[in-house]
Design a protein around this ligand. Structure first.
Ligand SMILES: Nc1ncnc2c1ncn2[C@@H]1O[C@H](COP(=O)(O)OP(=O)(O)OP(=O)(O)O)[C@@H](O)[C@H]1O
Length: 218
């Protein structure tokens, strides 16, 4: 099985405090992993390091066997990162937001417009495609961000608090998409402050907020 991400001896310090140190784990194709820990324990920082956005860490990180610091571009083409902020532009419509992501060159597909409509249908935004997103509810705005999961296939999803503002049906749906992605050979790293149906099927990286951690297999 292809190992997507592997970390050896990973550490990160903020304000003279280790968020985590000597963290070793791997995430292979077809695996799910939940990163958990109290507020401020370093979950977002870890996900930003693993997605190649932060370079101030110690230890080694590999993407598909290649050092991440030397092959960040290879990872970018295979990664979908959703931050804990929705990352959408208020004045643009849902369709325009997705077009903006496509225009950034992050998404390649034959029929970009059809892909946008299809993605918005999947997240339950039929009828809301052309309104400025500032006129959508918080949960609908989060769904605009989640529509990126359906724009194009990416091997690795890194999702930071993707369930924020999502209703119970939406949580079940998103868990279903994560399971589908895994079954298709993708991998997922996710944070959530709430219990999930998929918990039993996920490995866990538990940060304790004091610099310690546990890595627990699925
Ligand atoms: N750029 C930065 N400079 C200095 N300190 C930072 C920076 N980014 C984060 N921190 C600190 O690192 C710690 C971990 O932050 P992080 O956002 O990773 O935590 P978290 O586990 O995701 O928290 P939450 O559950 O509240 O989202 C916090 O104490 C934060 O203040």
């Amino acid at each position: 099985m292809t190992v997507h991400l592997s970390a050896r001896g990973l550490g990160c310090e903020r304000d003279d405090r280790w968020l985590f140190a000597d963290l070793t784990f791997s995430l292979a194709a077809g695996e799910l992993c939940r990163v958990e820990g109290p507020n401020g324990s370093g979950k977002t920082t870890l996900l930003r390091i693993l997605s190649g956005q932060l370079g101030d860490y110690s230890g080694e990180l590999h993407w598909c066997g290649e050092r991440l610091d030397r092959h960040a571009k290879a990872l970018r083409g295979e990664l979908l990162y959703l931050g804990h902020r929705a990352g959408i532009k208020d004045g643009l419509s849902a369709l325009e937001n997705l077009a903006w992501y496509q225009a950034l060159g992050e998404y390649r597909c034959d029929d970009a417009e059809a892909a946008r409509w299809r993605a918005l249908e999947r997240v339950g935004l039929t009828g809301f495609e052309e309104l400025p997103v500032e006129r959508l509810s918080a949960g609908q705005q989060r769904r605009v961000a989640l529509a990126r999961l359906h724009l194009e296939r990416r091997a690795l999803w890194i999702l930071d608090e993707p369930f924020t503002a999502i209703d119970a049906a939406g949580v079940a749906q998103l868990e279903g998409w994560m399971a589908e992605h895994r079954d298709a050979g993708g991998s997922v790293l996710v944070t959530s402050h709430h219990p999930l149906e998929l918990d039993g099927a996920m490995a866990r990286i538990c940060l304790d907020g004091r610099g310690g951690h546990d890595v627990i297999a699925a």
